[in-house]
Design a protein around this ligand. Structure first.
Ligand code: TPP
Ligand code: MG
Length: 408
C-alpha cells in the first residue's frame, strides 16, 4: 500500500518538535524566515509573529506532502476526464498550504471538519493516496468504504468529520465538535480545539452566525476558518459579499487574516489561534487568503469568470509549493536536483497508488445501507426505513451491472 512520502508519524514528530524549535532558534540547522506580509487582525488582544523558525526536516516534510497532494489532485483530474471517476469532484490544488499549515499546528486530538473540497485533508487525517483513489473509484477499500465518494471522506479515528456537500453545513457541526471537546476536558486543563473550514461563498450563510453566537456565548474552543479562494463557483467575492474582510465577520469575536499560500504563516497563525481557543477564551475567526487553480468542480473549466492570466500570475508569484522549494534552495538546505528527484519519486508513488486502487472491489450489496442512520455501533440491526428510497439500481449502478459483478 502506498504511504505518503512523509508518514503521519514523522509529520507528528515534526509538529511536536516545533515548540522546541522555537526555543532553539539559534541552534544549528534552524532558520528564521521573516514574513513578507503582516497578519491583518480584528479585535485580537495579542500580537501576531512577524517570522517563523523552521528547519530542513520540516520544510522537506511540507514540500513532500504538498507535492503529493498536488499530484493526487492532478491525477484525479485525468481520471475524471477518462471517466474512471464519476460524480461530483472538487479539487484542492493551489490551496495546499492551508491544510498543511493547519496540520502542522494541530494535534490529532483536535477535530477537523470541512466542505466537499476534502481529498487533501483526508490525506492528512487517516487517508492514504491509495485509499483516497479507491474512494473516488467507488471501491470498498476507500476511506469511506466506497460509499462516500469525493465529497464524503471521513476518519472518526483521526477526528476528521468530513467531507460535507451542503455549503456551510459543516460549521454548526464543527461548533458541536468544539462543544464536545470542552465538555470532555476537566476544568483548568487545555482543551483540544475544533476547526471548521468553509469558503468565501459560504461565509454569509445564516447558520454560521448561529454557530458563532453559541461558540462565543459558551466560550467554545472553535476556529472558524474561512478558506478565501476568491470565488464561490463562478461568482467572485466582490459580487457575493458586502464585507470581504471575512476575518472581521465574527463581530466581537477576534479574527486574523493570513497569507494562505504560505505554509509557515498559516502554521504560526493556527498555533496562535489554537492557543487562544484552547485556554478558555472562546472562538476565533481565521481567514486564509488563497487560490484554487482548477475550476469549482470538474464541470467548471474555471476560465469564464476569471482569465488565464490571473491563474498564471498566481502560479508564478504565489504558488505554495514553489515557496517552500525556494526556501530550501535559498537557505542551502537542499539543491534543485535533490528536489527534482523527490518530485519524480512522488509522481511514481502516486501512479503506483492509482494502479493499486484500481484493483479494488465493488462494495457488497449488503453494505449499501450500513453506516447510515441505523444499525448502531456494530450495524447488527439493519432495518430499511420507509422514508429512505431504495436506489434506482439500473440508473445508479448500471455501469457496474454491465461489468458483471456477482451477487448484484
Ligand atoms: C446550501 C447549498 N447551497 C448551494 C450549493 C451549491 N454550491 C456548491 S459549492 C457552492 C459555492 C461555495 O463556494 P465557497 O464557499 O467559496 O467554497 P469553494 O467551493 O470556493 O471552496 C455552491 C453555491 C450547495 N451545495 N449547498
Ligand atoms: Mg470560494
Amino acid at each position: 500500500m502506498f504511504r505518503s512520502a512523509l508518514t503521519r508519524s514523522s509529520l507528528r514528530a515534526c509538529a511536536s518538535q516545533m515548540g522546541e524549535t522555537g526555543k532553539r532558534a539559534m541552534s544549528s540547522g534552524s532558520i528564521t524566515v521573516p514574513f513578507s506580509r503582516e497578519y491583518d487582525t480584528h479585535k485580537l488582544p495579542f500580537e501576531m509573529p512577524k517570522e517563523a523558525v523552521t528547519n530542513k526536516e520540516e520544510l522537506l516534510g511540507y514540500f513532500k506532502l504538498m507535492y503529493t497532494m498536488r499530484r493526487m489532485e492532478i491525477t484525479c483530474d485525468t481520471e475524471y476526464k477518462a471517466r474512471a471517476i464519476r460524480g461530483f469532484c472538487h479539487l484542492y490544488d493551489g490551496q495546499e498550504a492551508v491544510a498543511m499549515g493547519v496540520e502542522a499546528a494541530f494535534d490529532q486530538k483536535d477535530s477537523w471538519i470541512t466542505s466537499y473540497r476534502c481529498h487533501c485533508i483526508s490525506l492528512l487525517r487517516g487517508g492514504t493516496v491509495e485509499s483516497i483513489f479507491a474512494e473516488l473509484l467507488g471501491y470498498s477499500e476507500g476511506v469511506s468504504h466506497g460509499k462516500g465518494g469525493s465529497m464524503h471522506m471521513y476518519s472518526k479515528k483521526h477526528n476528521f468529520y468530513g467531507g460535507q456537500g451542503i455549503v456551510g453545513a459543516q460549521v454548526p457541526v464543527g461548533v458541536g465538535l468544539s462543544f464536545a471537546a470542552k465538555y470532555a476536558t476537566p476544568p483548568g486543563e487545555k482543551t483540544p480545539v475544533a476547526i471548521a473550514m468553509y469558503g468565501d461563498g459560504a461565509a454569509n450563510q445564516g447558520q454560521i452566525w448561529e454557530g458563532a453566537n453559541m461558540a462565543s456565548l459558551w466560550k467554545l474552543p472553535m476556529i472558524f476558518c474561512i478558506e478565501n479562494n476568491q470565488y464561490g463557483m463562478g461568482t467572485s467575492k466582490e459580487r457575493s459579499s458586502s464585507n470581504n474582510k471575512y476575518y472581521t465577520m465574527g463581530n466581537h469575536i477576534p479574527g486574523v487574516r493570513m497569507d494562505g499560500m504560505n505554509v509557515l504563516m498559516v502554521r504560526e497563525g493556527m498555533k496562535a489561534a489554537k492557543e487562544w481557543c484552547s485556554t478558555g477564551n472562546g472562538p476565533i475567526y481565521v481567514e486564509s487568503d488563497t487560490y484554487r487553480y482548477h475550476g469549482h468542480s470538474m464541470s467548471d473549466p474555471g476560465t469564464t469568470y476569471r482569465n488565464r492570466d490571473e491563474i498564471a500570475s498566481m502560479r508564478t508569484a504565489r504558488d505554495p509549493i514553489e515557496y517552500v522549494k525556494n526556501l530550501l534552495v535559498q537557505h542551502n538546505l537542499a539543491d534543485p536536483q535533490e528536489l527534482k528527484n523527490i518530485e519524480k519519486d512522488i509522481r511514481k508513488e502516486v501512479q503506483d497508488a492509482l494502479k493499486a486502487a484500481k484493483n479494488g472491489s465493488i462494495p457488497k450489496f449488503e453494505e449499501l445501507y450500513k453506516d447510515i442512520y441505523i444499525g448502531g455501533e456494530d450495524n447488527s440491526k439493519i432495518v430499511y426505513p420507509a422514508y429512505i428510497r431504495m436506489p434506482d439500481r439500473a440508473k445508479s449502478i448500471g455501469s457496474i451491472y454491465e461489468r458483471g459483478v456477482s451477487g448484484m
